[in-house]
Design a protein around this ligand. Structure first.
Ligand code: ZN
Length: 153
């Protein structure tokens, strides 16, 4: 394993324990009557057993909050934690392009290198793209965030 790979593994391990943004309460997770500035999405990855309910809050064109509840493998939890650290205070269009870029790398089967300048710590997950069965684990929170964001106005 090279140095970058082991650094990336360390980031995944730490983020999977930290679970930034994992503060959605059970009551909130069940709440379906959200104001137009919020969106919420539940995603399940039956292959691995990963599950997430993720809420996005917006203020104007800016993402002002992200909260989630869920459980799953370390890749899915690290990915949700990393995502949560990246989007608050960011313009919604920029968040969407981050999601697009991350999806592109994840679907590349290891062919696309993640640009750390753009993807930050999410670049640590780029190695997952070599393992198609685990791509859904890494994408789970991002798919939920995209859906939640699309519900907001
Ligand atoms: Zn998983």
């Amino acid at each position: 394993m090279n140095q970058l790979d082991s650094l990336y593994q360390q980031i995944i391990l730490e983020e999977s324990k930290t679970r930034r943004g994992a503060d959605l309460t059970p009551e909130q997770a069940l709440d379906t009557h959200l104001p137009a500035t919020m969106g919420q999405c539940h995603q399940l990855n039956p292959v691995c057993g990963d599950e997430i309910t993720l809420r996005i809050e917006t203020s104007g064109s800016t993402v002002s909050g992200i909260h989630w509840a869920g459980d799953g493998c370390s890749i899915s939890m690290a990915s949700a934690s990393i995502l949560s650290d990246m989007v608050v205070g960011v313009d919604r269009n920029e968040v969407q392009s981050l999601i697009d870029r991350f999806r592109e790398v994840m679907r590349s089967r290891g062919k696309l290198a993640a640009d750390e300048e753009v993807l930050g710590d999410a670049a640590a997950l780029s190695g997952v793209s070599k393992f198609p069965a685990r791509v859904k684990c890494a994408m789970l929170a991002w798919v939920a965030a995209e859906d939640a964001l699309n519900q907001t106005r």
